[in-house]
Ligand binder design. Structure first.
Ligand code: PPE
Length: 307
């Protein structure tokens, strides 16, 4: 999706101009996907801009780095400060923050051990990831012919750049076939997730979402929805979902930082429930939007102010 350039990008501890945030063609991460990244949203609230679950995102960045033997040259606090600084430097109120760390330039060859680690952070405005129409009325998805990559080949539960070739192939296939998004199964033929979202099934008022052992990204929005739904009295199960169970669902929805809570109205050309966003999805979407807007005191500690 298109984005508007902003003024500044944080690079290894300094603010540089947007146009200068480039990398050398021999960057290791470019050739071999040896990088890690995050996607974080900052929301506008009555008390000013606030970053949603900032520490949890930066902690996941550290764990993703650890999973590819990468030591980040900045600590958790420095990374959190950098995110705040980047939002402030661009005078943004609500935006998407994209930190990325990757092995840089040293020599040639697959082994990046000892290579410099570069860290960048950009911030820019981002609307509804799956469209305004999609977040309101639901999207159309299909089951991908590409399986979610296996944890036996790569750290599938980390946000590693190289892992996203899998997501890119799957989402391109979906778009070329006229769908909005894709659902990938794992090597055990169980439902994993979307190209950039976790998935929830609603059946008889119960929420079901695949467990981390299905090889999914441990989504922070997924975690938030599990907590909010449980607190609201819904039963939430983390258990494997078979493809055919998708066709029996009353409701389906995706969660993600970019996608927030996006209803799925059709799967493999079959309407989900009544073919429109269902009551549980709408309830949780509304609760989520209130929380990120700072309108629910109970979850105020999920919002990190800029100062
Ligand atoms: N699964 C995958 C594969 C994934 O990429 C994301 C985030 C999620 C689940 C949801 O995780 P969380 O954001 O913590 O709730 N995908 C990012 C978008 C990827 C993109 O660059 O496009 C995001 O939502 O920021």
């Amino acid at each position: 999706m298109q984005i508007q350039p902003t003024e500044k990008i944080w690079k290894n501890g300094k603010m540089i101009d947007w146009k200068d945030a480039t990398v050398h063609v021999l960057t290791h991460g470019l050739h071999y996907g040896t990088g890690v990244f995050e996607g974080i949203r900052c929301y506008s609230t009555a008390k000013g801009p606030a970053i949603f679950r900032l520490r949890e995102h930066m902690r996941r960045l550290e764990l993703s780095a650890n999973s590819i033997n990468m030591k980040l040259p900045f600590g958790l606090e420095e990374l959190c400060d950098a995110a705040r600084e980047t939002v402030k430097a661009n005078r943004l109120t609500s935006c998407y923050i994209r930190p990325i760390a990757f092995y840089g330039v040293s020599g040639i060859g697959v082994n990046p051990l000892g290579y410099p680690v570069e860290v960048f952070m950009a911030a820019f405005s981002l609307g509804a990831y799956l469209g305004d129409e999609g977040i309101k009325n639901g999207i159309r998805v299909h089951t991908s012919s590409w399986h979610r990559l296996s944890g036996e080949s790569v750290p599938a539960t980390a946000k590693v750049c190289g892992d996203y070739l899998n997501s890119a192939l799957a989402v391109m296939e979906a778009k070329l076939n006229g769908f909005d998004e894709t659902i990938m199964l794992n090597d055990l033929h169980m439902v994993a997730e979307g190209s950039g979202e976790n998935i929830f099934v609603v059946k008889d008022g119960v929420l079901i979402t695949p467990p981390l052992s299905a090889g999914i990204l441990p989504g922070i929005t997924r975690d938030s929805i599990i907590r909010v739904a449980s607190d609201a009295g819904y039963r939430v199960l983390e258990q494997n979902v078979a493809r055919s169970e998708l066709y029996l669902a009353d409701e389906l929805f995706f969660t993600g930082t970019a996608a927030e809570v996006t209803p799925i109205r059709e799967v493999d050309r079959r309407p989900v429930g009544a073919g429109v966003p269902g009551p549980v999805t709408k309830d949780l979407q509304a609760k989520f939007l209130k929380i990120v807007a700072g309108e629910n005191k109970k979850y105020r500690n999920w919002l990190e102010p800029l100062t």
